[in-house]
Design a protein around this ligand. Structure first.
Ligand SMILES: [Zn+2]
Length: 114
């Protein structure tokens, strides 16, 4: 990855969409930082990296603010959440999930397999 590595969650999401998802990910996604004691309680920032949910037709991706210091980890986290967006019914470790992780790995995106 070059100096053009995206710097924002939206930039990372768009980069992932272009590189790995053939532009098929939806564009109605907004990104929120989840602070340890902030207003957002959808994720446990001590344990979880991110969560995504759909509200009023818009995907909201909550990202652990601790990831701000680790852009590549953030990128991979957004990739993981992008699978949830693309396959909302897929369960971690299920057949659809595994197939998608393997597809992305085949393209050089080395997601953890959970
Ligand atoms: Zn997940």
């Amino acid at each position: 990855m070059s100096s053009s590595f995206p710097k924002t969650p939206l930039g990372m999401y768009n980069d992932l969409n272009r590189r790995y998802f053939d532009g098929e990910l939806p564009s109605n996604v907004v990104f929120r930082w989840a602070e340890p004691h902030g207003e957002v309680e959808y994720i446990d920032t001590r344990e979880d990296e991110a969560a995504v949910l759909k509200a009023d037709g818009v995907w909201i991706m909550y990202l652990n603010a601790g990831l701000k210091c680790f852009p590549r980890q953030l990128y991979m986290t957004i990739a993981h959440e992008a699978i949830h967006i693309r396959y909302p019914d897929a369960l971690h470790g299920g057949s659809v999930w595994k197939r998608e992780v393997r597809r992305l790995q085949g393209l050089g995106l080395f997601l953890r397999c959970f």
